[in-house]
Design a protein around this ligand. Structure first.
Ligand code: ATP
Ligand code: MG
Length: 245
């Protein structure tokens, strides 16, 4: 039991969730390491949502609501930390959900599919290996996607994503929204809209905002997206990482 007054309480609870997911067999060992990399950046950000993240959350939500076909990409890490919020965001923004694993095994895919079912979500995509297609015919496991989902999507939301895959997605003309605690990762640098925040804080904020922004006109949402510079936002995000003595 972690005592509630422990200074790292929230962070330790997340660690427990990651450890449990690994024990249950749907999160690869390297997923635990990826979590650790995120923790370090979160520490430096003060474990709070920074101003620039609020901005990119706003733009990311606008982009999801404007999409013809948006898909939320899931893996072991984001399933372990945010499954219920991911389902809620998908429902509110009319997005599909697709499994995409860096270390893909039939067992991990099946456990994640069943977990989503347990939380009431039955139509998860990307489960059938045979039916996966290769984006831009790139012969790499990083380029696979389901035809009904990411393959034909115009907007994709990724988190804890690999840089090579993010690049393939953006090069294929899709708009990529990335939630990534490291503003210097290749994913953060290549996405169209980067939210430098922890998924456990960012996704609930996206849900709240999506409820409000659903009432806004397309023109208003388009203005938000058009006025945004990811490059400038990332530069400002970097300034939030201050090493105080
Ligand atoms: P890239 O391949 O994009 O260059 P990387 O190889 O440096 O990234 P990975 O370990 O592949 O990083 O992916 C994990 C990424 O997810 C890291 O950038 C890490 O900061 C981020 N991350 C980890 N946990 C979280 C979290 N809870 N919320 C948001 N981002 C996270
Ligand atoms: Mg990587």
């Amino acid at each position: 039991m972690i005592p509630k007054n422990h200074p790292r309480y929230e962070s330790l609870i997340l660690r427990e969730k990651i450890k449990k997911a690994h024990k249950e067999g749907y999160l690869a060992e390297s997923g635990m390491i990826a979590h650790g990399r995120g923790e370090a950046f979160d520490y430096l950000l003060g474990e709070k949502t920074i101003e620039t993240a609020y901005k990119s959350i706003e733009v990311g939500v606008a982009c999801l609501l404007l999409a013809k076909k948006s898909v939320i990409s899931v893996n072991g890490n984001n399933t372990a930390l945010a499954i219920e919020n991911i389902i809620e965001l998908a429902n509110i923004t009319n997005s599909k959900i697709e499994i995409n694993l860096f270390y893909r095994t039939a067992k991990r895919v099946s456990i994640i599919k069943d977990l989503f079912k347990k939380y009431g979500y039955y139509n998860i995509l990307g489960t059938d290996d045979e039916k996966l297609k290769y984006i831009n015919s790139i012969d790499s496991p990083r380029a696979t996607a389901s035809e009904k989902g990411i393959y034909s999507a115009d907007v994709v939301l990724v988190s804890l994503e690999d840089g090579d895959r993010t690049e393939i997605l953006t090069k294929s003309g899709k708009k990529v929204i990335a939630i990534d605690l490291n503003p210097l990762s290749r994913t953060a640098q290549t996405a169209d809209i980067t939210i430098v925040d922890n998924i456990v804080r960012a996704i609930p904020l996206m849900i709240d905002l999506a409820k409000k922004y659903k009432l806004k006109s397309d023109d208003c949402l388009k203005n938000l997206v058009n006025d945004f510079s990811n490059e400038d936002n990332l530069k400002s995000s970097l300034k939030s990482i201050e090493i105080k003595e």
